[in-house]
Design a protein around this ligand. Structure first.
Ligand code: PCA
Length: 233
């Protein structure tokens, strides 16, 4: 009789060798009156695997609290080795690899459930900030190498994207998981920029190429590379 390997869950599953665990990639629902969100459009067309890692995608509501609940549930179910959160940053020209998530909500507009928290902590007892735990410079280098304009960003804003970034890193830390997590903001799609003459936009295929390269770099890089990508102001 063949030996059946017991199904491992929770912290035990998180100790599985990282190469057997998937990459979780999330994208947001449209918000702010848009009818599309490039972050989810990217998820829809990503390949099923990058290198040896399966890619699992989840669509996240653009709602404070609920976004974190949806991603935490997906992490508990899938026990990914790497979590890449994607979001739209309309007005930015580059793919932005976010460095840091801060413990504050300060919403300029209401979220999709009508919530508009102002100057509220995300986790009352949490640290002021978390750094991304994926290798942001190696990812930046890989995105640029793929021919896609990119930068490191030192602020993911104070809306639902920063909220989810912080909440995911806090959930991973608090539950003792070793999964690495990062956030990538992408520009408007060209279709969204048509109504905004002069505003920057990027083609979906270009974004996808950049995100694929970033995921491959995150999987291949245990220790981040040193590469100047800071800003003077
Ligand atoms: N961008 C928003 C939230 C959802 C999204 O795609 C943000 O940058 O906060």
């Amino acid at each position: 009789m063949a030996l059946r390997r017991p199904k491992t869950t929770g912290a035990a599953a998180a100790r599985e060798p990282a190469r057997h665990r998937p990459v979780l990639v999330t994208g947001f629902e449209p918000f702010g009156g848009e009818d599309t969100n490039p972050s989810w459009e990217i998820c829809r067309v990503l390949p099923g695997a990058i290198g040896h890692a399966r890619i699992q995608t989840v669509r996240v509501p653009t709602e404070f609290r609920r976004a974190i609940e949806v991603v935490a549930a997906a992490i508990e179910e899938l026990e990914p080795a790497v979590v890449i959160l994607l979001g739209q940053a309309g007005g930015r020209a580059c793919v932005s690899v976010e460095r840091v998530a801060i413990n504050v909500d300060d919403a300029r507009i209401a979220d999709n459930a009508g919530l508009q928290p102002i100057d509220e902590p995300i986790a009352a007892a949490g640290p002021p900030a978390y750094f991304a735990t994926v290798p942001i410079k190696a990812m930046l280098a890989a995105i640029l190498e793929a021919g896609v304009p990119a930068q490191v960003s030192n602020s993911a804003g104070t809306f639902v994207c920063n909220h989810l970034f912080y909440g995911t890193l806090h959930f991973l830390a608090a539950s003792g998981r070793d999964a690495r997590a990062g956030f990538i903001h992408v520009p408007w799609l060209e279709s969204q920029a048509v109504a905004r003459p002069g505003e920057p936009a990027m083609a979906l295929a270009t974004m996808v190429r950049g995100v694929e390269a970033a995921i491959a770099a995150a999987l291949a890089t245990a220790e981040d590379v040193k590469m100047a990508a800071g800003q003077l102001d």
